[in-house]
Design a protein around this ligand. Structure first.
Ligand SMILES: [Zn+2]
Length: 210
């Protein structure tokens, strides 16, 4: 199987271009996606245009990715143009985002932000392997829906192992909510182009405890 990495969305600042975003208020929301088999919501309400965002920078420059609440990701125009030529798959959206405010929590650098676009990682058919990942449950899902794998209350997991190889290069998987994973081709893409604020953790080291 190809190497898989967790895209570590938020947490301690990494590098000099760490950046988050918040939805600019007021904002519009749409429906959550529902499981066609059991009818449970499989994610958060969608963020609908017009898209306005407030950026928070923690370093000394703007990043090529920014992470916010929900599953949305902002990418810079440079990231978008390189991605669309790369042949890689797994991102959808690419709607322009109006930046309404910038809060510089690190260095007070002067440059204006580049253009940003909203993307969402596609839902893969691949599923989170709860046994091989060492999941511990406060309350296991009962019954477990085999299509969406939503439910239960996990204490956390030792690592991230998937049941099958995902076709996408960036994706979410059944049973792991909004956690975004990428593969080795995505990792090479961000390294080759020097794209910033794309913190990746090898899946076998991606332990998480709530
Ligand atoms: Zn379901």
């Amino acid at each position: 199987m190809k190497a898989i990495y967790l895209l570590k969305r938020r947490g301690a600042p990494i590098g000099d271009a760490t950046m988050d975003f918040l939805h600019g208020r007021p904002f519009n929301v749409g429906e959550a996606p529902y499981c066609p088999a059991c009818g449970r919501p499989m994610g958060m309400l969608s963020w609908e245009p017009p898209l306005r965002a407030e950026l928070e920078t923690w370093g000394k420059r703007f990043g090529d990715m920014a992470f916010g609440p929900g599953g949305d990701i902002l990418i810079s125009e440079r990231f978008k143009d390189l991605w669309l030529k790369s042949g890689l798959v797994g991102l959808e959206g690419f709607e322009p985002v109006e930046i309404v405010k910038v809060v510089r929590r690190g260095k007070r650098f002067k440059e204006p932000p580049p253009a940003y676009f909203r993307v969402v990682a596609q839902r893969s058919q691949a599923a989170f392997d709860v046994v091989s990942s060492g999941v511990q449950w406060l309350e296991p899902p009962s019954p477990r829906c085999d299509v969406c794998r939503v439910g239960g209350n996990a204490k956390g997991w030792e690592r991230i192992v998937l049941e099958e190889e995902p076709k996408e290069n960036i994706f979410t998987v059944r049973g792991l909510g909004a956690w975004v994973l990428v593969d080795e081709h995505f990792k090479r893409f961000v390294e080759e182009h020097g794209l910033s604020n794309c913190p990746l953790v090898p899946a076998e080291e991606a332990a998480h405890w709530f």
